[in-house]
Design a protein around this ligand. Structure first.
Ligand SMILES: NC(=O)c1ccc[n+]([C@@H]2O[C@H](COP(=O)([O-])OP(=O)(O)OC[C@H]3O[C@@H](n4cnc5c(N)ncnc54)[C@H](O)[C@@H]3O)[C@@H](O)[C@H]2O)c1
Length: 286
């Protein structure tokens, strides 16, 4: 049985729904009979997505809105139009970019990335949660995290920080909702693994051949629906490179950096390379 927020006739609002994981989630919830608001800054992608969904799910109502999550007025328009469209039972804060910056460079890139990956999430969450309080039905907010926001791999400090911020925000949201309304409104952190989307494969086409390592975006969307049905807060996805046991060890190693007073990000520190390799050796190749 599905999570009660995933129900026929209610509205799902999804940012970054033109391609990739956002589009796959739109397809998946449309297949459950939900009406969908697709929001994206890419008008072409939005157009293709809408036409395909209307063709495949003719009984479902769709609202496609072109806009940018960095624009407060676009976010307010999304909120207002969505509420006019029907009872919003699902908000998926999915839009994000990966192109970031390092610890001592690119201030303007940091600002843009945080506007897209973090501030838009907080803004929409705050707008929609009030409406969900005023409704009587079950509802859910799904925010998109990343393993890079948990074990915080070096190389893109801005992206890792934004995803760590979304993780903490969503944990706090889940707790406060539980205290206020029990399980009527839930929050979930969706954590994709390596996924076959334009974020990782710029310029990919619908019919591009998927390499072995990544999951498809549809697999991630299926895992979301399964995880929500199970009542999971952390909805963690593997991929064809990293199994769950390996991810568990990586997270444990990361937490142990502080407990064992190791250097920051010791997993990537040359003096710890052999120790880390030994720590995961029995699960790495499964
Ligand atoms: N692909 C992965 O391997 C992976 C792994 C972990 C987490 N994630 C997360 O999953 C989510 C979706 O990733 P994806 O791979 O499908 O991304 P993608 O780049 O393939 O698609 C993102 C969509 O968001 C839209 N978008 C970007 N900036 C926007 C803005 N400012 N305003 C409105 N729309 C905007 C784009 O036009 C695009 O349609 C992101 O939050 C990402 O961080 C992805």
């Amino acid at each position: 049985m599905n999570h009660p927020a995933i129900r026929k006739g209610a509205v799902a609002v999804i940012t970054g729904a033109g391609v990739g994981i956002g589009y796959a989630i739109a397809r998946r919830v449309a297949s459950e009979g939900m009406n969908v608001v697709l929001f994206d800054r890419d008008a072409g992608a939005l157009d293709v997505a809408t036409k395909t969904l209307l063709n495949d799910f003719p009984d479902v109502r769709l609202l496609a809105l072109k806009g940018d999550v960095t624009s407060e007025s676009d976010l307010h328009r999304l909120y207002e139009k969505s509420c006019e469209f029907g009872e919003v039972s699902l908000l998926v804060n999915n839009a994000a970019i990966i192109k970031g910056a390092g610890p001592w460079d690119g201030m303007s890139k940091w600002r843009t990335l945080m506007d897209i990956n973090f501030w838009s999430v907080l803004t929409l969450q705050q707008l929609f949660v009030e409406t969900m309080f005023s409704q009587s039905g079950a509802a859910a907010i799904v925010n998109l995290g990343s393993k890079e926001g948990i074990t915080t791999r070096p190389g893109n400090a801005a992206y890792s920080l934004s995803k760590a911020a979304v993780k903490v925000l969503t944990e706090q949201l889940a707790h406060e909702l539980r205290e206020k309304v029990g399980d009527r409104i839930s929050a979930h952190l969706l954590i994709p693994g390596y996924t076959f989307t334009p974020m990782n494969f710029p310029g990919m086409a619908q019919d591009s051949q998927k390499p072995d390592s990544p999951w498809t975006a549809d697999q991630v969307a299926d895992r979301l629906i399964e995880g929500m049905a199970e009542g999971d807060f952390y909805i963690f996805c593997e991929d064809n490179e990293s199994n769950w046991e390996l991810d568990q060890r990586r997270m444990q190693w990361s937490a142990d950096d502080m407990i064992q007073n190791r250097p920051a990000l010791s997993r990537w520190h040359k003096d710890y390379a052999d120790k880390f390799a030994a720590y995961v050796s029995d699960v790495a190749d499964k």
